[in-house]
Design a protein around this ligand. Structure first.
Ligand SMILES: [Zn+2]
Length: 75
């Protein structure tokens, strides 16, 4: 009888663990999707024309650049 009880407890714990794990996975996936959406917008570099994700671009006024090197004024 005690063994049956132990088995039941084990089952309940594993079910709880799986539920927790699934919840964690769902939040993780949602976060990843959101991140993808944010980085999907590409902007061209004013100097070399290279397209980079908007969140990685360097913005100066209305201009966007791929790197600090290209954001510097010539000369
Ligand atoms: Zn550039």
């Amino acid at each position: 009888m005690f063994r049956l009880f132990l088995l039941f407890v084990l089952l309940a714990v594993s079910l709880y663990a799986v539920r927790l794990w699934r919840n964690g996975q769902i939040t993780h996936t949602t976060r990843a999707l959101k991140r993808n959406k944010n980085s999907k917008k590409m902007v061209p570099c004013e100097k070399c024309g290279l397209h980079i994700p908007e969140n990685e671009a360097i913005k100066i006024g209305d201009s966007t650049f791929c790197s600090l090197e290209h954001a510097k004024p010539p000369g």
